[in-house]
Every structure is written in structure tokens, then in C-alpha cells.
Design a protein around this ligand. Sequence first.
Ligand SMILES: Cc1cc2nc3c(=O)[nH]c(=O)nc-3n(C[C@H](O)[C@H](O)[C@H](O)COP(=O)(O)OP(=O)(O)OC[C@H]3O[C@@H](n4cnc5c(N)ncnc54)[C@H](O)[C@@H]3O)c2cc1C
Length: 566
Amino acid sequence: MYGSQAHLSRLARLQDEEFDVVVIGGGIIGAGIARDAALRGLRVALFEKRDFGSGTTAGSTRLIHGGLRYLEMLDFRLVRLDLRERETLLRIAPHLVRPLEFIMPFYRSSFFYRAKMRIGMRLYDLLSYGKSLPRHRFLSASELKELEPNLRQQGLQGAAVYFDAQANSPERLCLENIIDAREHGARTFNYTEVIGALRTGDSIQGVRVRDLLSDDKAEIEIKSRIVVNASGAWFDRVAGLLTAPAVPQQIRTTKGVHITCPPVTNRAVVVFSPLDGRLMFVIPWLGYSWLGTTDTDFKDDPATVQTNAEDVDYMLRSVKDYFPTLDTERIYFSNAGVRALVREEGSESSVSRMHRITDGATSGASNLISVLGGKITGYRAIAEEATDAVCAKLKATSSCQTAVTPLPGTRGERAVTDATNASPAGVTQETVAHLFNLYGNRAGEVINLAAESEDLREPLSPHAPDIAAQVVFAVRTEQCARLVDFLLRRTMLGFSQDQGQSASARVASLLAQELDWSPERTATEMHEYQNHLAMTQTFRNAKATTKQNAANKQPAVIERASPLVA
Ligand SMILES: Cc1cc2nc3c(=O)[nH]c(=O)nc-3n(C[C@H](O)[C@H](O)[C@H](O)COP(=O)(O)OP(=O)(O)OC[C@H]3O[C@@H](n4cnc5c(N)ncnc54)[C@H](O)[C@@H]3O)c2cc1C
């Protein structure tokens, strides 16, 4: 269908090689493992059945945080790990992970409630010892009104203010791990599905993969001494392909959705849903308010997850009373993801977010390492633990370098100021600043490319600073294979006001030139992007029902019953 002979032949050559480790899944955790293992000098191959970072990594709230919620759950080990990793990511990827100030307002609260909040805030600071971010503080109601005039004033007493961090694009955070893995010798492939294992008795000696970009969907056998299952929400499905007899389900999958609407806050605001006490985020992101999230069991293929009217209804009713000016009719688009949680009974939100690494030897599959659960925030540490387990099996002694090795966009000369002032190569200052935001120091390579021709300096859309050179750069250096890859995961055009629609035809034609697409293939790509857009709007399908539900249930804001905030 896709006709890319170059990709096919590259994959075919792998048949003659033997890898130390094959990683299944190119989400943030698989990418982190490939990078870690490659930096330790192992021979690595990674296979991702769609695009890198297109799974749960793209469906997250995009916070790099310890998680006050997990403090509530008394999961100190998880909170400490994530707060330490937050600091590491601020250091190794400052262009992708940035500090974010959070405000947690409190209304008509008791002395006990406020005392609990103070203890919670202090504990959060304590658990992030050694941090570079400011400590928490408290605001009076009048100070808060100045900062966040849209917050409901009635009953407002003040707020706690604390810092965490945000990854604007976890997709690019994932990609930079892939790029670094490749720079250290790893072979990484998107659109390559693992469909089975090479086995002798209990021993797994590699995988069978299908090249989804080749005309004939070629199947190839890849030899490897160790296989790592890092397929996130697809974990149990992949485990079923690798092990025989199949092991019992090991993960629990839950859906979480986000919606975007006109901005109602200047800073990230945390409120507690009056419906069930769950913590909700209202976060400034790309000029929107980004609202999230839900947590409901989801048993279907994670690739099919979408936002329905009930999800939106729940979220709007959870935040509406805090923001009387919120226009519930103006929801731009939604974004849904599926969490993979280490299997536990109980309510969805009570399940621990702590990851687990297991050795297949205990379940009849030697040479298999499994990664269950985990957060984006802790991905580097999880990857380190998994790679340690791989090394132990291989009896390799090299140690982890990823905490002290900056990601590619943080390496080399910054020169942002010079570049911004000089507008090199005829690229506008706005675009230069944008490129440095997106690529870090690798922006220089895009600017050099843009210097080659006027065509490459042309904007891709009247509404965004992105230029044509980025498409060429994405194909040549970032394994961009499809229109949707570029709009959603190589740039953030797909999250802009028009969701990349004004850029899509130009991008498709540039991709067609670079990748030698036929007109039919180009049309298919455009069509599939429209399908993606439709997926972000599925909540509209039963809007009438939603309105009806909202009209029937109008809860008042109540105080949260939680150990942290009373
Ligand atoms: C609503 C929501 C909000 C969240 N918010 C946050 C947050 O704010 N901060 C935070 O730190 N974490 C957050 N998380 C958690 C975080 O997103 C995930 O823990 C993380 O992205 C998991 O990464 P992963 O690599 O394990 O999974 P994925 O990103 O899903 O990667 C797994 C990959 O495996 C691939 N795959 C599956 N089967 C195969 C196969 N047979 N062959 C090859 N490849 C295969 C898939 O295509 C997929 O790309 C959130 C999650 C959700 C759902």
C-alpha cells in the first residue's frame, strides 16, 4: 500500500544480524530503553508498529510531575522517583521540559483542611530535595483574584502555589530518545509490527516483524539475545504473541481524555471535581485551556480510544463551577489516551501508577524482560531499571549514562540569541525562535537547510511559524514517514487553532517529493489526516444527550474529602 522499497530493503538486511536486545514499542519507555542500551554499547533494534510516541505517550496530560494525587495515595516512593526525574529532565532536555507554576485554590475550607494542605505542600517540597524549582507558597484571596480573575470568587479563601513541569510535546521527547539511540548505533523502525517470537522451548531468541510500510507487508525474522516488551497499553496483547501458553493479564487499562477550550486561566490550576473528588487540571497550553482528565476502565484496542459525550460532560461539570465564564459550547478538540497500570482491583483512580519490571524466566519465557505501567515523568529511570535487567542477563557491565547525557537538542552550541537577532538565512525571527523551541540546538540544522532555497523558507501555513525546511528535515533525520507523523509528532501544527488543516496539503506535497509518493498515496495520506481530525471530534456525536445530562445534574462545588486537602 505504501510503496517504500528503501525501507523494506533496510529491514531485510537485519536478517543477517544478531542483536543484544530487541525493544518492542516505540513509546517514551521503549525509546528510553533503546537509548540507554545503545549508550551502554549494546546492539539494539527497536520496532514500533505505528509512529514513535503515537500511543499513550501522545495521550497524556503532558505534565512532568511527582503528582500531588499520588502523595494523597501515600505512594512516597513513586512521588520521590518522579520528582527526582523531573529534575533530571529539566537538566537533560530544557527545550522540551519546562517549569510550570500551579495554583490550587481553596474555598470555604476549615482550619483542618488548610493544615492538611500545608503539610502536603511541605512534603512535596521535602520529597523534591535538591530541586531547582521554587518552593511552594500561599496566596490570599485578593492576590489570587489578581492572578486568576476567572476563578469563582464566592467563598474563595486563597490558594497554594507550587511548581512542577510540562512537556509541550512528549512526542518530541520520545523522538529525541530515538534520535539519540540511532546516533549511538541503535536500529529503530516505525510502522514495523512485532507479530511473534522466535522460540526454542522456553527461550525467546528473537521476534518476527511485519514491515507495514512495504507493499507486500514483508515479514522478517530478527535474532536477538534479549527481547523487551515495552508496548504499554498493548502489553498483554504482545505478551500473548511472545509466550506460550499465554500468561494471565498483567495490566489494567484505563481511558483518560482531555479537551481544549478558550483560555480561562493564566497559570495551571488544580481543582477537585465536585462529582467524585478527583483532581482535575486546567492548564494553559498553546493558547488554549487544556482540561483533563478522566479515568475509566477501557478494554478495547488502545488504538481505537476516543472521547465520547459523557467524558466531556463529566469534565465540564467537574470544572464549570470553578470557572463561571467557561464557555462550555466552545470545545475545540479532544485528545484521549489509555493508561497501562500494573493490574490491581479497586476503583480506576485508586490503582498505583508505579511501574514494574519482570523477568520472563519466572513465567516460562527466558530472555524476556517486561515493562509494566509507568509514567512519562519517570521514563528515564524505568528505562534504566529495564536496561540494568537486560545487562544482568547479558552479563554486561557498562553503566547507565542517560541521566548525565543531554538529549540531542540540548547538546552543542546554543547560539539562540545570535540566531534570533540575525534572522539567519532569511528566516523570520519568529520562525527562528519557534525552531529553537521545537528542536533545541538542532534548530541550526533546519536553518542551514532553509538557507538552501527560497522554497524551503516558505511558511507551511499562514497561522504558524513552521516552514517547508522542517518537512525535509523530518524525513531525512527524524524518520517521518506519514503526513500525520509530521503534523502531530514532528511539529505541533496538528494542535494549532486549525489543527494543521491549512498546512496539510503543502506538507503532503513536500512529503510526496521527499518520499516519492504517488498522487494516490498523497490523497490517502490527506484522507487519513481527515480521519484523525474526526477522531478528535467524536464527543460531538451525542451532544444533545450531553446537554441533557448537564441540565439534569448541576452539582455545587463541594470540598474534597482527601488526606491532602481535608
Ligand atoms: C490520560 C492520561 C494522562 C497522563 N498524564 C500523564 C502526565 O501528565 N505525566 C506523566 O508522566 N504520565 C502521564 N500519563 C502516563 C503516560 O502517558 C504513560 O505512562 C506513558 O506514555 C507510557 O509510555 P509507553 O512507552 O509505556 O507506552 P506507549 O506510548 O503507548 O508506547 C507503547 C508503544 O508500543 C507500540 N506497540 C504495541 N504493540 C506493538 C507491536 N506488536 N509491535 C510493535 N510495537 C507495538 C504501540 O504502538 C505504542 O506506540 C498519562 C496517561 C494517560 C492515558
